[in-house]
Design a protein around this ligand. Structure first.
Ligand code: HEM
Length: 220
């Protein structure tokens, strides 16, 4: 089944609809704010970051609300994309050939669909971290409501919250490197929405075939 509505003029293919791009940038904007204010609370060496964002009181007040925004954006991403993020038989072959991927030998990689297994792993990592950050963040937001006999929850939150934050910052850095610098042409897809036919064929050949399908005049 082809998806002719995704075929655009001048050999371009629509990769992200507007609502997907908007959700992505709400997640990205809230994450960057959370990361920078969170680092300010985490280390005295980085406390100056709180001053950049209007001072420690404002940062401490807004940080949990930005956390809710991030969580809802990631939940919406889950609703939009999770069905395409499950591992396939092909993906196992892809991991076995990861060495070629690291050498940019894309023609020697098993073909992938709309997302490659690395992108899928990143997606689940963000979902997992989002859940941990929300659960531990709520405990840290309202500690006075946690009864003393459940104080272990507070201790756990103090460990889990920065742990999940550091893990998500690691994922974020890998994501920026891969999507902006390694896969040339991907960045435009979260800005304008479209990619070139060359990009689709090179990085997501199964997706390209799904989009073009039995179209009589596929973009080359
Ligand atoms: C300045 C920050 C960011 C930039 C420049 C950026 C860039 C991109 C780009 C270029 C893509 C398209 C990749 C493709 O389709 O081949 C993408 C997709 C995606 N982004 Fe981001 N992103 C940023 C922040 C975030 C954050 C904070 C999250 C956390 C939820 C996130 C989650 C995703 C996911 C799940 C996808 C789809 C799967 C993937 O391509 O990895 N992004 N991003």
């Amino acid at each position: 089944m082809s998806q002719p509505d995704l075929l655009l003029p001048h050999g371009r293919i629509l990769r992200y609809h507007f609502h997907e791009r908007l959700t992505h940038w709400v997640a990205a904007g809230s994450f960057i704010y959370l990361m920078l204010t969170g680092l300010a609370f985490w280390s005295p060496w980085l406390f100056w970051l709180a001053l950049v964002f209007g001072g420690p009181q404002i940062s401490r007040t807004l940080h949990p609300w930005a956390g809710l925004v991030f969580f809802f954006a990631v939940s919406y991403m889950y609703a939009m994309w999770s069905a395409q993020m499950y591992s396939t038989e092909n993906d196992k072959e892809w991991w076995k050939n990861i060495e070629h991927y690291t050498k940019n030998e894309d023609d020697r990689m098993p073909p992938v669909g709309r997302y490659n297994p690395g992108q899928k792993l990143l997606f689940w990592g963000f979902v997992f971290c989002g859940l941990l950050l929300l659960a531990s963040g709520v405990v840290l937001w309202f500690p006075e409501y946690i009864p003393w006999n459940l104080r272990l929850l507070r201790y756990a939150a103090v460990i889990v919250h920065p742990g999940a934050a550091l893990l998500s910052i690691g994922l974020f850095m890998i994501h920026i490197y891969m999507s902006v610098f390694a896969e040339r042409g991907a960045f435009g897809s979260v800005i304008r929405g479209d990619v070139s036919v060359e990009f689709a064929k090179r990085y997501h050949p199964i997706w390209y075939k799904e989009v073009v399908g039995d179209s009589t005049n596929p973009p080359k």
